[in-house]
Every structure is written in structure tokens, then in C-alpha cells.
Design a protein around this ligand. Structure first.
Ligand code: NAD
Length: 350
């Protein structure tokens, strides 16, 4: 039976679909609205494969979801689809409520009806809701890392919408017995990421000789995880996680944003030196900080390591080098996505 993925044309969903089809015979149905953040080119290599079906649609469309479940009879849902960019949520929160909250609600309802129909035994069905560490809010330097029982204190409209969707997913397990699993993961980086997020943004702009904007003092701490390691954590939780449980996923790689930007500049100096002979770090500029900007995130991933035996394979240094090499080798992919909507956004914001 197939696995239904939502948002498979986005950054993490795209990596997940490619990884899955390399490792499993189970087909994937990918339901995606194709928003500005999607790039179908990510999945060009699997188009036409009997194991891969694309459905163009919106998770807020309940009737469409009912048809998708009835037609493909998935044994599991892996729910990535979301509006995912914090800055956009500050400028336009409504789209975040529509997709992240109401979309998740419609998907949970459709899954519930599908299981109720008896098409798949409830014990064998799984609904994996992919979420973020941003639901936990912000940490002081001396605070311990977020664990699964840390209270939710979301600060941005994005984080609040994801926190709402996490609560809905949990409630559909407690109230209706839907076998829900939730993962809360730290910041991802790696191939196929839309260049509005820090790492691809810096690479994209540096290679064009454009300034590299760093919010405020740049001392905000994020905990980074290579996207391939996030995908392996999701596969592990889908296979062995206990329904009703939440698993934090992270790589123990806390870095300030400024450190990340400097490391990227050094990697570019080594792998693709600027024609001027000057270091890329000359392009760094501090810009006005984002309102409500969380100071520090850190993930305690002990539970998934101890209970399910998952550990990341990339260190920050190996993962970041792989990522820079990938972007240097895939300029065409970046060019395809970094037009239209992206250019409009960058023009308004930097
Ligand atoms: P993304 O923005 O790159 O991709 C989102 C995808 O969802 C796009 O393909 C888009 O077209 C699709 N989509 C959006 N609205 C939709 C709708 N209404 N119906 C159907 N499809 C829709 O996001 P991402 O960075 O790949 O994140 C995926 C998930 O992982 C999100 O739920 C996000 O909250 C979570 N997450 C992301 C990170 C990170 O660092 N990027 C970390 C932890 C968790």
C-alpha cells in the first residue's frame, strides 16, 4: 500500500520522497498545491516511475482529500505541507492559518474517515505530522534544550500556526484514536532548499556579489540538522514510533547565525573563490532585527535516540560542506526557483 506525502515538492518533502523511493518498494502519492516554495524540478528523476504519483491539490480541500484517500488507499500519511517561512508569516499570517491549521484539520478528518471506512486496519495505519522546534518558543543561554514536555510558547505567527496543528494532531489521537505520531525538528539545511532561508540565501547572494543580510547582532542560536538525517528520523518514527507520542529530532549543532554565515563564506572562499580575490565575508551586513525574533533554539533528542535508536550521520561541518558543494553543482535548480515570486520578495525585504 502506498504512503501519502503532502508537500513533497518542498524542501524536506522533496528530499524525503527521493530518499524513500531509493530505499523502499512502497509507492508514494505526493499531494502538493505547488505554492511559490515548491519546485517540481526536485522530483524530475522520479517522474514517470510506477512508484511515484503526483496529485496537484490543496490540503484545505476536504472533498479532494476524501477522493485521494478513497482512490489510493494509503497505509500512512507523512504530512509536510505547510507555509513555512517566518518572515512571510509576519507579513501575511492568514495563509499560515489556512494551510497549517485548517489544512491539517482537513487532512486529519479525511484520514479519520478513511480509517473508519475499514479500508485499512486502524492498528496498521499511521499519520505522521511533521513539525518544528519553534513551537516551544525561545531559550535563554543557560536554559536546558527543548524536550518533548517543554510547554508550547510560540512567538511568531508561523510557530503559533504549527503549534495549533500539533495540538490538533494530538487531539485526533486522544479523541478519535487516530494513530498519530508527531516529530518536532530543529532547523534543517541541505539540497533543494528555497533560497529565502538563511543557508541557500547566503550562497545564492554571495555568488552574485550581493550583500549578505544578517538580522540584528547575528547572535541568535539555531540547532542545525542535515535534511537527510531528518528524513531518516521520519522513516524511523513511521516504522517504530509509538502512536500518540511526540519525538524531538535534532543534531546537537548549536551555532549563531553569524557563525553560520562566516562558515559559509569560508567554504565558498575555498570551493569557489570570488573573481576579485576578496573574501566573501566582506559582503556581510547587519540589518534591522526581525520582530519577536527568538534568541535561541536547542533540541534534546534523547528520546528518539534511546527509544528508536536514531542518530544523525552528518556533523555540521560535513553536512555544510556537502550542501555548499551541492549548490555549486546545481546552479540551474536554484535559478529556476529563484525567479518571479522570490525576486519580488527579496526586492521588498532586503
Ligand atoms: P517548504 O516551504 O519548502 O515546502 C512546503 C511545501 O508544501 C511546498 O511544496 C508547498 O507547495 C506545499 N504546500 C503549501 N501549502 C499547501 C497546501 N495548502 N496544500 C498542499 N500543499 C501545500 O517547507 P519545508 O521547509 O520543506 O518544511 C516542511 C515541513 O517541515 C513543514 O511542515 C515545516 O513546518 C516542517 N519543518 C521545517 C523545518 C525547516 O528547517 N525547514 C524544520 C522543522 C520542521
Amino acid at each position: 500500500m502506498p504512503v501519502l506525502v503532502t508537500g513533497g515538492c518542498g524542501f524536506i518533502g522533496g528530499n524525503f520522497v527521493l530518499d524513500w523511493l531509493k530505499q523502499s518498494d512502497e509507492p508514494i502519492i505526493n499531494l502538493d498545491k505547488l505554492t511559490y516554495a515548491a519546485n517540481p524540478a526536485t522530483l524530475k528523476s522520479v517522474e514517470g516511475s510506477p512508484s511515484y504519483t503526483f496529485v496537484h491539490g490543496d490540503i484545505t480541500d476536504g472533498a479532494l482529500l476524501a477522493n485521494v484517500f478513497a482512490r489510493y488507499k494509503p497505509r500512512a500519511v507523512v504530512h509536510f505541507a505547510a507555509e513555512s517561512h517566518v518572515d512571510r508569516s509576519i507579513a501575511n499570517p492568514e495563509a499560515f492559518l489556512a494551510t497549517n491549521v485548517f489544512g491539517t484539520y482537513h487532512l486529519l478528518q479525511a484520514a479519520r474517515e478513511f480509517v473508519k471506512s475499514g479500508a485499512v486496519p486502524v492498528d496498521e495505519f499511521r499519520f505522521l505530522h511533521v513539525s518544528t522546534d519553534e513551537v516551544y518558543g525561545t531559550l535563554e543561554p543557560e536554559d536546558p534544550a527543548f524536550h518533548e514536555d517543554t510547554p508550547f510558547r510560540p512567538n511568531s505567527p508561523y510557530a503559533a500556526s504549527k503549534a495549533s496543528s500539533d495540538h490538533l494532531a494530538r487531539a485526533w489521537h486522544e479523541t478519535y484514536g487516530l494513530p498519530v505520531l508527531i516529530t518536532n525538528c530543529s532547523n534543517n539545511y541541505g539540497p533543494y532548499q528555497f533560497p529565502e532561508k538563511l543557508i541557500p540565501l547566503v550562497l545564492h547572494r554571495a555568488l552574485r556579489g550581493e550583500t549578505l543580510p544578517v538580522y540584528g547582532d547575528g547572535k541568535q542560536v539555531r540547532d542545525w540538522l542535515y535534511v537527510g538525517d531528518h528524513c531518516s528520523a521520519i522513516r524511523t518514527v513511521l516504522q517504530s514510533g509509538r502512536p500518540g507520542q511526540t519525538y524531538n529530532v535534532g543534531g546537537c549543532n548549536q551555532r549563531t547565525n553569524l557563525e553560520v554565515v562566516h562558515t559559509l563564506c569560508s567554504l565558498l572562499d575555498e570551493l569557489s573563490p570570488d573573481a576579485s580575490g576578496e573574501p566573501y565575508s566582506r559582503l556581510i551586513r547587519h540589518v534591522t532585527d526581525r520582530p519577536g525574533h527568538d534568541r535561541r533554539y536547542a533540541i534534546d533528542a534523547t528520546k528518539i535516540e534511546r527509544e528508536l535508536g536514531w542518530t544523525p550521520t552528518e556533523t555540521f561541518s560535513t553536512g555544510l560542506r556537502r550542501t555548499v558543494e551541492w549548490y555549486l553543482q546545481h546552479q540551474q535548480w536554484v535559478e529556476e526557483i529563484a525567479s518571479g515570486e522570490y525576486l519580488k520578495w527579496v526586492g521588498q525585504n532586503y
